[in-house]
Each structure stands twice: as structure tokens, then as C-alpha cells.
Design a protein around this ligand. Structure first.
Ligand code: FES
Ligand code: FES
Length: 157
């Protein structure tokens, strides 16, 4: 069997409040490490180019596209993935408002909405539109996604 020439390094990552020890290659992205080494497959590989937001996670309360962030950059940070938001009212709102079709983009939209509300608990419609514009839904569920976000903040458009 061919052996990788790249030496792995041991790092400790705080994911969803838990310290995880993992051997990674220096060039591994955070998305790759979450999915392939830690079994956290909620963040999705979409464009792998920083455009679609399917891979969004929160690092120290800021939303990042984990496909363009190295895992080593997350050492000594607090990482939250969609698995860490399993009881989130945002998740419930997306279900109740049918804010998905295939669901591939949904974890990213939920992470992004969570990050927005951490920074701005009472966002205007313009603010919501601006935040949501960093994520892409190929099934065109945008109307329902907006409805879900408005229901979380307890307001109509
Ligand atoms: S997969 Fe990361 S932004 Fe698209
Ligand atoms: S629900 Fe399919 S990409 Fe958004």
C-alpha cells in the first residue's frame, strides 16, 4: 500500500465543547478533518471554493467556510459545527417552515443564521438578506429560509 509522504501532526481541537485529539496533515482543511477524521459530516462539501457556504462552521463566534480554512488555524479556538446546534430553535424553524428541499445547504444556512443572531439578535430585513447572501441553495428554498429566520426572531417581514 502506498504511504503518504506527508508527516501527520497531532493537534487538539475544541469541537462543540469537547476536546478532540486528532492526527492531521498540515494542509488538511477544517472541513476535511471534521468529516474524515472526526466523523462530523454535518458540514457539507459543496463548491470547496468558499462560495456556497454548505461547509459553514462557527469559530470563536464568527462564521467561517471550513473548506477554505486549515484545521491547524482552528487550534486553540472554539469550533461549533451543526452537530453542536442539535437543540437549536433555528433547526426547528427550518423544519416547520419547510426551508429545504434536498437539505444539502441547510446546515450551512443554520450555522450562518446562528452566527448572525450571536452578533445581531434583532436584525433588520436588510441585515438578514446580507447574511443569507453568503450561502447558496440550489433548490431555491430562499423564501422559506427567510420565513424560518423571521419566525426565529419572532417578527414578520
Ligand atoms: S464548500 Fe465551502 S463554501 Fe462551498
Ligand atoms: S435545499 Fe437543496 S440546495 Fe438548498
Amino acid at each position: 500500500m502506498a504511504q503518504s509522504l506527508v508527516k501527520k501532526i497531532g493537534v487538539s481541537l475544541e469541537i462543540n465543547g469537547e476536546q478532540r485529539q486528532v492526527e492531521i496533515r498540515p494542509a488538511d482543511t477544517l472541513l476535511y478533518v471534521l468529516r474524515n477524521y472526526l466523523g462530523l459530516t454535518g458540514a457539507k462539501p459543496g463548491c470547496l471554493n468558499g462560495d456556497c457556504g454548505a461547509c459553514s462552521v462557527i469559530v470563536n463566534e464568527k462564521v467561517y467556510k471550513s473548506c477554505i480554512m486549515l484545521a491547524v488555524e482552528a487550534v486553540e479556538s472554539k469550533v461549533t459545527s451543526i452537530e453542536g446546534l442539535s437543540d437549536s430553535p433555528i433547526q426547528k424553524a427550518f423544519v416547520e417552515h419547510f426551508a429545504f428541499q434536498c437539505g444539502y445547504c441547510t446546515p450551512g444556512f443554520i450555522m450562518n443564521t446562528h452566527a448572525m443572531l450571536l452578533h445581531e439578535p434583532h436584525p433588520t430585513y436588510e441585515t438578514i438578506k446580507e447574511w443569507l447572501s453568503s450561502n447558496i441553495c440550489r433548490c431555491t428554498s430562499y423564501q422559506e429560509i427567510e420565513d424560518a429566520v423571521f419566525s426565529v426572531i419572532g417578527r414578520d417581514k
